[in-house]
Design a protein around this ligand. Sequence first.
Ligand SMILES: Nc1ncnc2c1ncn2[C@@H]1O[C@H](COP(=O)(O)OP(=O)(O)OP(=O)(O)O)[C@@H](O)[C@H]1O
Length: 328
Amino acid sequence: MLPTAVHSGPPAPRLAAGDAIVTEGLTKRFGEVAAVDGVGLQVPTGSVFGFLGPNGSGKTTTIRMLLGLISPTAGSWSLLGREMPAAAEAALPRVGALVEGPAFYPWLSGRDNLARFDAAVPDGQRATRTARLDGALARVGLTAAAHKRYRAYSLGMRQRLGLASALLRPRDLLILDEPTNGMDPQGTREIRNLIRDLASDGTTIFLSSHLLSEIEQVCTHAAVMSQGRLLAQGTLADLRAAGEARVRVGVDDPTRATGILGRLGLRDVVASDGHVSARLDAGGPVDAARCCRALVEGGVEVSSLATVRPSLEDLFVALTGEGFDVAR
Ligand SMILES: Nc1ncnc2c1ncn2[C@@H]1O[C@H](COP(=O)(O)OP(=O)(O)OP(=O)(O)O)[C@@H](O)[C@H]1O
């Protein structure tokens, strides 16, 4: 899927059978504020899809609409190929979610809390409950701490118990809102490994984050939100490739080199200590080899040559006009 950089109304994506989530023109207004504004998401089945955006950009509101927790003001969406909200009863049992942390009782153990959740699900057969609880606890690495009271759990353990509650049934899609928010590096690593684990079993995972590093480490795809609007989406590789490349050449005479590259028609030519760099327009007539040839023919000594692509961070800052937290 090619990245779509969208600045004036996102195109409505085609409804593809292979997509776990599709939204078209999804919009939520709170009074005058458009918290989510015409969002068209396309989340391929089997992807680990990062929903990235600064605080307040509309991620949680989008997720709450996807899950039917609030109604959109406009737009439509489907989960696992089923039109929502009409097919909620068929689709939602196959969707696990972690939004705003489930309410657990502090004085009950993790396992007892989970048992309460399991008992509340209509198809939770009693005879198989023990196996379900043990399976979910094992999945999130809480077997040893299963009988500890919830109030003694670390933030990471609490978050993992939340995930366990989402995993009591086999799921085709997991929707996780900021699953590592507020966690220390160790807890973050644990959740990240768990996500990789779940994804390797074929579960589609849609997770929101305001941390670019989170998305880069675990996701195959990403979408970027800013002020309620979807600015871009695609595979991480496609998003990276969408940024404009620059050629950077080590030279003995940057001033002369600047003139030569300018005459070639390159834009944004910048000379710095021992180097000259310029923008390489994608598909344009001038590539790095041609730059090098022109410089040498013009009497400039070339000591190094590199094509530099902007990082994802550069791209996202350019799209949103805001800095992202790139590390915790
Ligand atoms: N119930 C509500 N009533 C009024 N405004 C709301 C409501 N819920 C969200 N908003 C507003 O909608 C915008 C988007 O909020 P949202 O929580 O979806 O963003 P977010 O990207 O998830 O940010 P964060 O990571 O901080 O939760 C914000 O301006 C927020 O104040």
